[in-house]
Write a protein that binds this ligand. Structure first.
Ligand code: SF4
Ligand code: SF4
Length: 393
């Protein structure tokens, strides 16, 4: 006798997906062309056809537990060949965003950052916080004389905001990711992993570093270049920031070039004073990373502009992040250049303030923004490697 399976569609989830831009999913008639053309889909239970029907039926619980949606690199080869214009690549991107919101801790942050309509509220938080700190400490004014950013916003106040909040952010991120891990492992039912965690994780990192999966894209090959630039730009800036904090608080090195050279280090919210050659290496890495971020951000926007005709709220989410990435690099460079050129203090300090607000957005909202994809994807791919479900590169 055939076994009956009962599905409970989540109507609210379907509505949320459609409002987020996945309305095209209703056009899917399950021809499976997308699964055939996808270069990353495994032969056994391929995606994205099955995810399209799951989304149409509002099977939120199953989608939240699916590691498959994270194997997709949004190359949109499937969307190009879909005969119905259902845009499966974009639907998967919206599903990933929903999964991040679902696992987010606290959920309210997932909603705040995940919805581009809330961008002004999200930016207002650091603006108010910084103004409060400047006001309470008596720095809510434009300092006279040569432009020195630490006269306007002393480094120890910046650290007072970023160090505890970054720690809290990492804790929130860890809770969100542990929720995600619980979900995807629960999705496998009684199936046991066929490989160990560590080798699977190392293999995943290698793949990500080399961007080998991105290179499989046919339609959007340019995306891999933009992604590489942004990816390594962020890594470089994260290293310089960590290095700066380590030097300042652990090694307690003194700078032979106090104040002025410190500003370059502040490019990404860090602060440090380092002697001699170390400072040169440090500055070089910070600048090269910022250029990489700027170039990558510009390329992301250029590629997005090429994709005209698909104006959805999905792209608003991506646009928001691409815009913030570009602005954080641009404001960092401008602030540095304005200081060196001694541009009127009000403009220089204003640019620096904007830069700090954007840095706050990138770092403190990381577990809920597009940047979180990197961690979620790493975890999901590691798991699929453990389950021997991933396509070998
Ligand atoms: S998304 Fe398009 S290509 Fe994929 S199954 Fe549906 S109709 Fe076919
Ligand atoms: S966007 Fe690319 S990787 Fe994702 S399902 Fe479509 S073809 Fe596969």
């Amino acid at each position: 006798m055939a076994q009956e399976t009962a599905f409970t569609p989540d109507i609210k989830f379907i509505r949320e997906l459609r409002e987020a831009g996945a309305d095209t999913m209703k056009k899917c008639y399950q021809c499976a062309t997308c699964s055939v053309v996808c270069p990353l889909s495994p032969d056994d239970r391929p995606f994205p056809r099955k995810e399209m029907v799951m989304a149409q039926w509002g099977l939120k619980d199953d989608l939240v537990k699916s590691p498959d949606i994270w194997l997709c690199h949004n190359c949109n080869d499937c969307s190009k060949y879909c005969p119905r214009g259902a845009r499966p690549g974009d639907v998967l991107a919206i599903l990933r965003k929903s999964v991040i919101q679902e696992n987010a801790f606290p959920r309210v942050m997932g909603k705040l950052v995940g919805d581009p309509k809330n961008i002004w509220q999200a930016l207002a938080i650091p603006v108010v916080l910084f103004l409060l700190i400047l006001g309470v400490t008596g720095h809510l004014h434009i300092p006279e004389g040569q432009v020195v950013f630490s006269k306007f916003f002393p480094v120890h106040y910046i650290d007072l905001v970023f160090v505890p909040l970054s720690t809290l952010t990492m804790l929130m991120f860890a809770i969100s990711i542990s929720r995600f891990w619980k979900n995807i492992t629960a999705g496998s039912g009684n199936m046991k992993p066929k490989a160990e965690f560590l080798p699977s994780f190392i293999e995943t990192l290698k793949e990500i570093m080399l961007h080998s999966k991105f290179r499989k894209c046919d339609v959007n090959k340019d995306r891999s270049v933009a992604h590489v630039l942004v990816f390594y730009g962020f890594i470089g800036l994260a290293i310089t920031t960590a290095w700066a904090v380590f030097n300042l608080y652990v090694l307690k090195w003194e700078s032979p070039y106090p104040l002025n050279d410190q500003d370059i280090v502040n490019l990404f919210g860090g602060s440090a004073v380092i002697p001699g050659i170390m400072l040169t290496v440090f500055k070089l890495l910070a600048n090269v990373s910022a250029i990489s971020l700027l170039a990558g951000g510009a390329l992301v926007i250029k590629n997005r502009l090429k994709e005209h005709g698909f104006e959805t709220l999905t792209s608003s989410f991506d646009w928001t992040f691409a815009g913030i990435v570009l602005l954080v690099g641009l404001s960092g460079f401008l602030a540095q250049a304005m200081r060196l050129m001694n541009i009127p203090p009000v403009i220089s300090y204003g640019t620096y303030f904007i830069h700090l607000v954007l840095v706050f957005y990138i770092i403190i909202y990381m577990p809920y923004s597009k940047l979180a994809h990197f961690v979620y994807r790493t975890v999901a791919i590691t798991y699929t490697k453990m389950m021997k479900r991933d396509v070998e590169m």
